[in-house]
Design a protein around this ligand. Structure first.
Ligand code: ATP
Ligand code: MG
Length: 412
């Protein structure tokens, strides 16, 4: 294999502790999401490009700069999914599920964005994702957020994060607010970044989300949406906060949160941390009542979030450990046959067990230590005659004879 073959920029292999951290995030999220009534879906890693270009918004960074799009051999325009929500809404429509609402969906898997790689930012990264499709009630928003909070708690990272919430109001609130933003940012036009100058024409709300330092100081003094909320929109936001209190989820308001994609209204929120440098958002989401309709379905309210598995994995306090195995050590050929029976009996009893493929007693014991075995089950010809094995505790060095039939029970 030529050694110049490197993984593509922005991708990374998951091996050993990295994979265990990653898997622990998924397993924990899957378990908590199930308690909240979410069912797991798997949708394709690639979709018709229009699934994303139509719905994420022409002005979103994802669509303008970050999509992995290509033509396949049949000439179809394909995009590797940059996020999960659009594909889930597409699946809802194509599977005729818009008549069986609400649907509560959990999913986990890789996402692809052509970004500048850095700590916590990759081109292939992974997300866990929760979507509640079919309820327009703020209780749904609160439940989705509470589920996210419980996942962060179960992972032991909740103490490192703060939930920030905002409202983007309803269409009428946003229209008025948009006008005010255009007025404000137009006065600072020359000082804005080139990106934000073009956002000003197409979607001024997006400027609030800018990561450019020059923009940030201007954004700090921009009007907030609070003064533009219609009465129903203000009420919705107030009820969300009441429900979050009832679920016991602490939060603080941050009027700058608009989220990266164009389809949000009412609730927008992020769980942020100060422990990961510039890549501080670990989980983000909000309400996207127009998306299913954009996908060709009926008007359908929905709310959800996505969280970056790599960022959560980095925050995990302790690396999840694999249970130490038991090493089965045959001494002699006759013993090997018995050993394989013992090996399988241990595995059937739920005990992680291994056997070396060759080698004398000394080599096999060395290997047992190397793989971190907690015990060695040594089986020699004398033992077979007596129907026992010698169980050696590799930490204490203590050794006892145990009847073969008792091994699974004794080693559990
Ligand atoms: P950011 O502001 O960090 O670019 P975003 O607003 O683009 O995030 P979302 O589209 O909301 O992010 O995705 C939800 C979560 O997925 C983010 O909060 C983050 O944890 C994770 N995420 C997004 N892009 C990447 C990436 N390129 N690499 C690793 N994780 C990512
Ligand atoms: Mg981004």
């Amino acid at each position: 294999m030529p050694n110049e073959l490197q993984p593509p920029r922005g991708t990374h292999d998951l091996i050993g502790e990295d994979q265990r951290r990653h898997q622990h995030v998924i397993d924990t999220a899957r378990r908590i999401a199930a308690l909240y009534g979410f069912d797991e879906w798997s949708t394709p890693l690639f979709e018709d490009t229009r699934v994303f270009s139509r719905t994420l918004g022409e002005t979103s960074d994802v669509v303008t700069k970050e999509m992995y799009s290509f033509q396949d051999r049949g000439g179809d325009a394909i995009t590797l999914r940059p996020e999960a929500t659009a594909g889930i809404c597409r699946a809802l429509v194509t599977n005729g599920l818009t008549q069986s609402l609400p649907q509560k969906v959990f999913c986990a898997g890789p996402m692809f964005r052509y970004e500048r790689p850095q700590k916590g930012r990759y081109r292939q990264f992974h997300q866990i994702d929760v979507e509640l499709i079919g309820s327009a009630e703020p209780l749904a928003d609160a439940e989705v957020i509470a589920c996210g909070w419980e996942i962060l708690k179960a992972l032991g990272v909740a103490g490192d994060t703060v939930l920030e919430i905002n409202t983007l109001g309803d269409a009428e609130s946003r229209q008025d607010y948009r006008g005010a933003l255009v007025g404000y940012f137009s006065k600072h036009h020359a000082a804005l970044s080139a990106d934000s100058q073009s956002r000003l024409e197409r979607n001024p709300l997006r400027i609030l989300d800018s990561k450019d330092e020059r923009d940030r100081t201007i954004v700090a003094n921009a009007p907030t949406i609070a003064g533009f909320l219609t009465e129903p929109a203000a009420k919705f936001y107030a009820r969300l906060q009441t429900y979050l209190d009832r679920f016991g989820v602490p939060f603080r308001e941050n009027p700058r949160i608009v989220r990266g994609l164009d389809y949000y209204g009412h609730t927008a929120f992020e769980f942020v941390t100060s422990k990961l440098g510039a890549q501080g958002t670990v989980m983000g989401g909000g309400r996207y009542d127009g998306l299913v309709e954009e996908m060709g379905g009926p008007p359908t309210p929905a709310v959800g979030w996505a969280a970056g598995i790599e960022r959560l994995a980095m925050l995990l306090p302790d690396p999840p450990r694999v249970p130490a195995p038991v090493a089965v050590v045959p001494v002699g050929e006759a013993a090997e046959a018995v050993s394989l029976n013992v090996l399988q009996a241990l595995r059937h009893a739920g005990i992680r067990a291994e056997i070396a493929y060759r080698g004398n007693l000394r080599r096999r014991m060395e290997r047992a230590n190397r793989i971190g075995a907690r015990a060695a089950v040594v089986i020699g010809d004398d033992d077979i005659a007596e129907g026992v094995a010698q169980v050696k505790d590799l930490a204490s060095g203590e050794q006892v004879a145990v009847a073969l039939a008792d091994l699974p029970h004794r080693l559990r």
